[in-house]
Write a new protein. Structure first.
Length: 318
């Protein structure tokens, strides 16, 4: 049984006690020069306990202690030889388990480093994909597409903040739950929805493993199927533009690791949304100017026509 399978601290203490008891059962009763060797074995056993298979080594210590006790009762003359063999066995096994633990730790560290590298590469691709979009609607859709690359979910939406209210501006997956009409018209005042308010106030992601056991959760009509929820702020220069929210119909579908992944996406999303909003505003301003030019041109043409008519009338009377 690996150490990480031992859930109870009491069980760990018991196993460790039995291990040391087994390895020292005959040293306490028969003092000798091997007492110094026992002091050398203790730290090795401790390291092996935390890095290796504690149960196996503990059982070995118990059985070895019992075996030595039996032999002592039969033939005390072979105590010295048994001590040497016993300590050599314990030391070798302990060192083996220690090196095995270090090897596993190194493998886990390499796997974590590999995951970090893949995440960095993915976020770079996400940033480039968002940067290539100009249209406001295209940017929002691209954010949701890239979110699915990073985290699996059933539904997701983007809500932007305006005067203390979150307005849903883009969403994905709600047609499978007949929720398109609900999410399309959803606006949420912060004072009514404490989870949204917490995210906006703290600027940190919030994970709800099970909505039915969290008192902060407010069920929206037509959204009772949501069992797990992850919300990440979209922040630009310490200014929160809105939130990215993921839903699932299964409890504990998300983790804080997912939140960390989405935080990187949210940073790129904030820049893309700001750029798209500026581009949209510029287009709106250009259309407004074009309309004003057309209106002014029409007014001038009308005035010129009236002036020309007056001039022609004057010429006729002359």
């Amino acid at each position: 049984m690996p150490l990480n399978k031992l859930k109870s601290p009491l069980a760990i203490v018991v196993l460790f006690t039995l291990l040391l008891g087994g390895t020292s059962v005959f040293i306490v009763a028969y003092h000798g020069g091997d007492g110094l060797l026992f002091l050398f074995v203790i730290p090795i056993v401790i390291v092996s306990f935390f890095y290796g298979r504690a149960l196996y080594i503990s059982m070995m210590g118990i059985l070895a202690g019992v075996a030595v006790w039996v032999v002592l009762q039969i033939s005390p003359d072979i105590v010295s030889s048994l001590r040497t063999v016993f300590f050599t066995t314990v030391t070798c096994v302990s060192l083996s388990e220690t090196f095995r633990g270090f090897s596993l730790s190194r493998q886990r560290a390499m796997a974590a480093e590999r995951d970090q590298r893949l995440l960095a590469e993915t976020l770079t691709e996400v940033t480039l994909a968002l940067a290539s979009q100009i249209s406001y609607d295209d940017v929002l859709d691209e954010i949701l597409r890239q979110a699915r690359r990073l985290v699996s979910f059933k539904t997701a939406n983007i809500a932007l903040l305006k005067q203390g209210v979150l307005y849903c501006v883009a969403w994905q997956g709600y047609n499978a739950f007949d929720g398109e009409d609900v999410i399309g018209g959803l606006f949420q005042p912060l004072e009514v929805y404490p989870i949204n308010s917490e995210v906006i106030r703290s600027g940190q992601p919030v994970l709800i493993p099970d909505t039915q056991s969290d008192s902060r959760w407010v069920t929206v009509d037509g959204m009772a199927w949501i069992r797990s929820h992850l919300i990440v702020p979209i922040t630009l220069h310490n200014r929160i533009l809105g939130v990215l929210r993921l839903d699932d119909d299964t409890p504990e579908a998300f983790s804080m690791e997912d939140a960390r992944r989405l935080t990187g996406l949210a940073g790129a999303a904030a820049i893309a949304i700001e750029k798209a909003q500026l581009y949209r505003d510029l287009q709106d301003y250009a259309r407004h100017l074009e309309q004003r030019v057309q209106e002014r041109t029409s007014e001038i043409e009308t005035q010129m026509a009236q002036l020309e008519a007056i001039l022609n009338l004057s010429l006729i009377h002359i």
